[in-house]
Ligand binder design. Structure first.
Ligand code: ADP
Ligand code: MG
Length: 335
């Protein structure tokens, strides 16, 4: 067979086979990719990253996650006067307020975390929390704090599942889901992606992250920040089908006379908790890791690790107020 022949039967066959391979591979090679979207929602930065074979579908799914975040924010934000939560805060001290099953469900979960943490997690912290403005450097006066303290007690919040109502049995009670709603929104987003058949994804809302599967065949890696160095990371946690939440005293704060006033309050005092600099919790779902990271931040190293070690499939990394790191008993089991 002459190599000078313009098109040999052999070459034609080879090109044909090559062409078929190209046709089979190209649509995927050109379009299958990681799709990533970021947007500010719920007062924090939302990130969604997922693998999808089709660019349009991948883009639609990242948009669906952001829509879900907005939906939950509109329902549960204490900053939006027309949210369902704000309606509860405005009226529940006078009469039972009818709420959606969804809000009722999350409030019931929050109350369960209050029971499990001996009251460290308490959505009525907001009875005093409403007097803080970290951006403006404002904190409650001694008198305001004194008056607010009796209203902080999760047992003042009564839910009735039959009528789907919430009532406060004490005056001056106010609730805020800031310590659990972002984790819940991450879980809802992950559920949307799972339902759509996604095998590899990450959704994060500020300090709350949950992943599906892996990234490029390896565990996802989420960093735990150095609480006293904005750009520093103290350790990377590998995650497969897990959630991680970090609560830190460096997220929202101001300093006055050497005291750091930040956004995680000890329900017993109505003041910022100072036992630790950060608490990170790893577990199967972000609603739980979110509520637990806030709780363990308040409980401190000893009580916090005791609780975490008693819970199945839940681990913790705590950085105390001297910068020392503490780990839960089972952390070395994570691969
Ligand atoms: P971030 O909001 O920075 O992700 P967290 O998950 O720890 O951090 O949540 C802190 C938020 O939780 C606060 O902004 C406030 O809305 C709420 N919060 C503060 N103290 C408590 C508490 N003791 N129990 C429940 N929620 C709290
Ligand atoms: Mg939290």
């Amino acid at each position: 067979m002459s190599t000078h022949q313009p098109i040999s039967p052999c070459m034609t066959l080879r090109n044909y086979i090559y062409g078929i391979w190209l046709c089979l591979l190209l649509p995927h090679a050109a379009l299958a990719d990681w799709h990533r979207e970021e947007a500010p929602v719920m007062g924090t930065q939302i990130t969604v990253e997922l693998w999808h074979e089709e660019a349009a579908r991948g883009k639609a799914l990242t948009a669906a996650v952001l829509d879900e975040m907005h939906r939950i924010d509109n329902l549960m934000s204490s900053w939006k006067p027309d949210s369902e939560l704000s309606r509860v805060n405005a009226r529940a001290a006078q009469e039972p307020v009818t709420v959606s099953r969804e809000l009722l469900g999350l409030v019931i979960s929050a109350l369960a975390f209050s029971e499990a943490t001996g009251g460290a997690f308490d959505i009525t912290y907001a009875s005093a929390g409403k007097y803080y403005d970290y951006r403006k450097g404002i904190k409650p006066t001694v008198v305001q704090l004194e008056q607010a303290l009796p209203a902080i007690d999760y047992r003042h919040v009564k839910v009735d599942t039959a009528s789907s109502t919430i009532v406060f049995i004490h005056p001056g009670v106010r609730i805020d889901l800031g310590g659990i709603a972002k984790g819940y929104a991450v879980d809802q987003s992950i559920a949307i992606l799972r339902k759509a058949g996604i095998d590899n994804a990450l959704v994060s809302a500020g300090g709350d992250t949950r992943v599906i599967g892996e990234r490029w065949g390896r565990a996802w890696k989420v960093g735990i920040r150095d609480p006293r160095n904005r750009d520093g990371v103290v350790t990377m946690i590998p995650l497969k089908d897990l959630a991680i939440s970090t609560s830190g005293d460096y997220e929202r704060y101001f300093e006055e006379d050497g005291v750091r006033y930040h956004h995680i309050l000890n329900p017993g005092t109505g003041q910022s908790s100072s036992a630790v600099h950060s608490a990170s919790i790893i577990g199967s779902n972000a609603t739980a890791t979110d509520a637990l990271s806030t709780s363990i931040f308040v409980m401190g190293v000893e009580k916090g690790l005791q609780l975490i070690d008693s819970l199945p499939d839940t681990e913790a990394v705590i950085i105390d107020n001297q910068g020392r790191m503490h780990y839960s008993a089972g952390l070395d089991r994570l691969d």
